[in-house]
Ligand binder design. Structure first.
Ligand code: SAH
Ligand code: DHB
Ligand code: MG
Length: 222
């Protein structure tokens, strides 16, 4: 029973039981595939989890790092109140263009702004563009910069800001300190950065599912 096949089937089972059929989100995944985007979006159950955490946090201002086709963006933006806003940082102009189309179809284009460029260069421009004081941050881009993204997010946070980082387990490879893999090293640097951090409380949860063995980090700014 304990195999990737079961993980996949259980994700399908819980998706069928707990997540209403959503033509908008289905269409997003189809568009992304047609446009040749990699299918590394969060799974439906994780998308809903992000949505629920953002709701619990009563998030009015959300930051996302790593848009891809906007699948997680839509889950998160749907947790916003009428006067809420989400800004998502994306390196690829092509991904951003597909995401913008998807967000328009989801009728969320008035609440979401996508900023194109390397996120580490976009971060310092956020306050002048009116994006700061985030209540919820989702980090899901190039893993080698994870600790810098958490550090930058902290500057734009307040006590209680919730930060979620995707893919912090990567099939367990993150345990291997000698692995010459920029993503693994970046994730390890993030854990070092967060270890005993005076202003951030964190935990990490391993997950299995349709996207394999991975996990996420949950942090709250003190
Ligand atoms: N959050 C999305 C998946 C994101 S995949 C979802 O769940 O639906 C990771 C994205 O990060 C890709 O679109 C990739 O182009 C983007 N990315 C990679 N390096 C980046 C960088 N330096 N700055 C901003 N985005 C980056
Ligand atoms: C990768 C990135 C992701 O954000 C993800 O959820 C899965 C895989 C990757 O770069 O391999
Ligand atoms: Mg991810």
């Amino acid at each position: 029973m304990n195999s990737p096949k079961t993980w996949h089937e259980f994700d399908q089972y819980t998706t069928d039981k707990l997540i209403s059929y959503d033509p908008v989100l289905e269409n997003v995944l189809q568009t992304n595939a047609e446009e040749g985007l990699p299918s590394i979006d969060v799974s439906p159950v994780k998308g809903k989890m992000l949505h629920m955490i953002a709701s619990l946090a009563k998030a009015k201002n959300i930051l996302e790092v790593g848009t891809l086709g906007g699948y997680s963006t839509i889950w998160l933006a749907r947790a916003l109140p009428d006067d809420g806003q989400l800004v998502s940082l994306e390196y690829s102009a092509k991904h951003a263009e597909v995401a913008k189309r998807n967000l328009k179809k989801a009728k969320l284009d008035d609440k979401v702004e996508i900023l194109i460029g390397a996120a580490i260069e976009t971060f310092p421009q956020l306050p002048e563009k009116g994006f700061h004081d985030f209540d919820f941050v989702f980090i899901d881009a190039d893993k080698q910069n994870n600790s810098r993204y958490v550090e930058e997010a902290l500057k734009l946070s307040h006590p209680g800001t919730c930060i979620v980082v995707d893919n912090v387990v990567r099939n367990g490879t993150v345990l291997d300190s000698d692995l010459e893999d920029e993503s693994v090293q970046g994730i390890r640097q993030m854990f070092d950065y967060l270890s005993d951090h005076p202003k951030i409380e964190s935990t990490a949860i391993q997950t299995v599912g349709s996207k394999g063995y991975d996990g996420f980090l949950l942090a709250i700014v003190k």
